[in-house]
Design a protein around this ligand. Structure first.
Ligand code: ZN
Length: 386
């Protein structure tokens, strides 16, 4: 991987002997890997495609961190190693739109230097070095609406923003329980997030797929069932113009392709390729999810629909919007309130997404390794069971 980001600075803030907060200031969001090693206790932070600024210095040891060092791994991966006094739980989150990585070790009570909104907390699981296993595929889950935007409201007062958050959280739990998959939520509570910031969370997490969860209303209360949407070509071309206009400021596309240094025509071709590939993958994944939802209940439209929803407009992340059910239909409103039905919907979306990644695994992922070890044979249809 080419170098895509620079580590500009590292701060370590200790909170007595119990905890410490490490803040990494980056020039661009990085798909970090954080894991622990034992004997001695270490926390390892891998930053692919990252180089350390020549002026940047590692801070002195403090609190439970007894030493810091950095090194370079294959594929331009910058590795930071924190030596720890004891085994401590840790948490990683992204702040400042992904340009800051905040790693908290142990119990940190001191306030963060800068607020992290919207934060992307990711619990760190002890694991083997990533070279052994293949990376996780990252699923960005977007609970629609939130805060001052309640979304649709059912006849009995059920609010869309509440039920879709419950479904999103159930889906995250299901994804995180699956080896080789990890989820990030655009919101984990009742807060308002602008549509483009939702895409921003997915980009900062280097998501492999983006799923926006809704339960909208329609005038006709008899209408029920799920629908799945991907971006339309028309929506894509208007978005392309916008991205190109902003390309001087835009972060690089996911494959490490930079648009900033390309001439207008080449940038346009690259955008076009990225977006068409993205719509193609979105369509494949959406078809799997729709088929899976069909096993749970009624599907309103048996074909994946195409529309120009803003949240679907990442040029480089396959994206879909799932209308799980109609909150305007009294029967579906009742079901949407039930945690059992919420879990059933989440499970159906999960099985569709997993099937998609089994068939089309991203490079370097655990799924890709598993597919290779099966001899590259496609997964047999119908193997969608848990
Ligand atoms: Zn909605």
């Amino acid at each position: 991987m080419a170098t895509a980001a620079t580590l500009r600075g590292v701060d370590l803030q200790a909170d007595g002997e119990r905890g410490a907060r490490l803040t990494l200031r980056l020039s661009a969001p990085v798909a970090q890997k954080v894991f622990t090693l034992e004997n001695p206790h270490r926390l390892v932070i891998d930053l692919p495609g990252t180089q350390m600024d020549r002026a940047a210095r590692l801070p002195a040891a403090a609190g439970p961190v007894t030493g810091l060092r950095s090194g370079t791994q294959p594929k331009n991966t910058l590795r930071l190693v924190l030596q720890l006094r004891e085994a401590l739980p840790s948490q990683v989150r992204q702040a400042a739109g992904g340009a800051q990585l905040v790693v908290e070790v142990g119990n940190v009570m001191v306030a963060a230097a800068s607020p992290a909104a919207p934060a992307v907390p990711v619990a760190v699981q002890p694991r083997h070095a990533p070279e052994d296993s293949g990376r996780d595929v990252i699923v960005a889950i977007d609970a629609g609406h939130g805060g001052q935007d309640p979304g649709a409201t059912g006849k009995s007062g059920t609010r869309e923003k509440d039920v879709v958050l419950a479904i999103a959280q159930a889906l995250k739990k299901r994804v995180d329980a699956e080896p080789g998959m990890r989820a990030v939520l655009t919101r984990n509570d009742d807060r308002f997030i602008a549509l483009r910031d939702r895409i921003g969370v997915a980009r900062a997490a280097r998501a492999d797929i983006f799923i926006s969860v809704h339960a909208d209303a329609i005038g006709n209360r008899d209408v029920s069932g799920s629908s799945v949407y991907v971006l339309s070509e028309r929506g894509a071309s208007s978005e392309q113009a916008r991205w190109l206009a902003e390309r001087e400021n835009a972060a690089d596309l996911k494959g490490g392709v930079s648009l900033g240094d390309k001439g207008g025509q080449l940038a346009s071709v690259l955008m076009d390729l990225s977006q068409s590939a993205s719509i193609g993958s979105s369509m494949e994944a959406a078809e799997r999810v729709l088929a899976s939802l069909d096993q749970v209940g009624t599907v309103r439209k048996s074909q994946v629909q195409q529309a120009a929803f803003v949240v679907l407009k990442s040029p480089d992340i396959p994206s879909m919007l799932v209308e799980t059910a109609y909150i305007s239909n009294p029967g579906e409103e009742r079901k949407l309130r039930s945690p059992a039905y919420q879990a059933e919907l989440a499970d159906a979306i999960f099985r569709g997404v997993r099937e998609h990644f089994r068939r089309s695994p991203p490079d370097g992922s655990l799924f890709a390794r598993q597919q290779r070890s099966r001899g590259g044979a496609p997964v047999i249809a119908g193997s969608t069971g848990p």
